[in-house]
Design a protein around this ligand. Structure first.
Ligand code: ATP
Ligand code: MG
Length: 415
């Protein structure tokens, strides 16, 4: 396990190797660095292949044709000469952190110094693809042993490293959960000590970490660790504990919104509670997009409907609920909450889908038909179309002429 698979190949990997080759041809040091080395050693497929080098950004621009500078202050370049974009960073050491977010200054330096500025030992390894088999992994911080022993440890003095950048507390949880690692004792203590200060980190960065945690099958472990390490207070502004039972019932590939709903329920949200309030809280603390917030709202609303209203809904209402944009997700969460209830609803939806054109047939008529009938366009259109569509869903209107006739009777009656 100490060496990445020799057979590993992907377009990204090959592009990164070519970047390294060019740098070596110019007598520079260049290694694969960070997350990709960790993933290769753990047998996971890396998301991207970052390269670290002793060439500086100006030199890099001279060696490659398609470069772009990102994070110029950190000496990070993108290289696109070989297809996929490869991030190429100059070895650096970080200056002091005065804002607990990012260093005030950086200095280009050696591989050893570069390893020391990284957060966790497992993230601080380099890989030299051109070295002889045994010497490919370059380890200045004991990361290889930690990978073998499945331990997550901060590089250097944990107290200092967690004080420098408070987001590392959440990164620790994410990596420990995802790779099934135990967090080292000192690192754990340091996380607890600095947990409160997480509230000083931007909600964008917190939200991004929580999103990654909830999108991964290890979401339950991550949420349990957040609770255990007292990070929940810092994220949500309250301590509610975490009951994992609903989240445990989600599928591995559960969506972010399903994860959020299960998190809310695990932290004590009950189906009768104020849905808007919980959605606003998560939007505010996790920087949810409008889309994510709406999905969370619809899931919670659908759950409420499935538990509290379904049995007294008419067929049209049931069909509308069953064909909503997040119904599939809501049913997953429902199943995790109450298997028997989910079975009942799913069976009934199955029956509904075989009746009168199915769950969401194309409407027989539209606004254009109403105009043709002689109605003046206006706000009442939606109510009329809704009413006639309900008739269609319940089988009382079975064709376009019948739909038009229904509208005509309705509107004449109203006059
Ligand atoms: P992922 O698979 O989630 O992308 P990653 O390890 O690649 O994991 P990135 O956020 O892409 O994580 O960062 C790349 C590397 O940069 C890390 O492996 C780590 O060495 C370093 N790094 C990232 N964030 C920090 C941080 N907050 N403090 C110190 N080093 C960091
Ligand atoms: Mg990465």
């Amino acid at each position: 396990m100490t060496q990445p698979s020799a057979h590993f190949e992907s377009k990204e990997y090959n592009a990164a190797i070519k970047v390294i080759e060019v740098l070596r041809d110019h007598a520079h040091i260049a290694y694969l660095a960070g997350g990709c080395v960790r993933d290769l050693l753990l047998g996971e497929e890396p998301k991207d292949f970052d390269v670290a080098t002793d060439a500086n950004p100006a030199e890099i621009q001279g060696y490659f044709r398609k470069t772009a500078s990102v994070g110029a202050a950190f000496g990070v370049m993108l290289v696109r000469d070989f297809g996929p974009t490869i991030e190429l960073a100059t070895f650096r050491s970080d200056g002091v952190y005065s804002d607990a977010r990012r260093p005030d200054s950086i200095e280009f330096s050696s591989p050893n110094e570069d390893a020391k500025r990284r957060d966790f030992t497992i993230n601080a390894l380099f890989y030299d693809p051109f070295a002889p088999g045994h010497d490919r992994v370059i380890d200045f911080v004991g990361g290889l042993d930690d990978i073998h022993n499945r331990i997550l440890r901060a590089v250097g003095v944990p107290e200092d490293r967690l004080a420098e950048d408070h987001l590392r507390a959440l990164r620790a949880v994410r990596f420990a959960a995802k790779y099934k690692l135990t967090i080292g004792d000192r690192t754990k203590t340091a996380i607890r000590e600095h947990a409160r200060e997480l509230s000083g980190v931007s909600i964008e960065r917190i939200g991004e970490e929580v999103r990654k945690m909830l999108m991964h099958p290890s979401r339950v472990q991550a949420c349990e660790m957040i609770d255990e390490l007292d990070l929940d207070d810092a994220i949500f502004g309250d301590r509610k504990g975490f009951d994992p039972s609903v989240m445990q019932g989600l599928g591995e590939q559960a969506s972010y919104a399903e994860g959020l709903a299960a998190l809310a329920i695990g932290r004590g949200f009950e189906i009768d509670d104020d849905i808007s309030a919980i959605c606003s809280l998560y939007r505010k603390t996790l920087d949810l997009s409008n889309g994510d917030r709406d999905e969370l709202r619809w899931i919670l609303q659908s759950l409420w409907n499935f538990f509290k209203c379904w049995d007294r809904m008419g067929e049209a209402q049931q069909k509308r609920l069953a064909s909503g944009p997040v119904t599939a997700q809501a049913l997953q969460v429902l199943r995790a909450m109450d298997h028997a209830r989910a079975d009942v609803i799913v069976d009934e939806i199955e029956v509904l889908s075989g009746r009168f054109g199915g769950l969401c047939p194309n409407p027989f008529i539209s606004g254009a038909d109403l105009i043709e009938i002689g109605l003046a366009p206006g706000p009442s259109f939606k109510a009329i179309l809704d009413a006639v569509y309900n008739e269609q869903l319940e089988g009382r209107v079975e064709s376009k002429p019948q739909a038009r006739a229904f509208v005509q009777t309705q509107t004449t009656n109203e006059l």
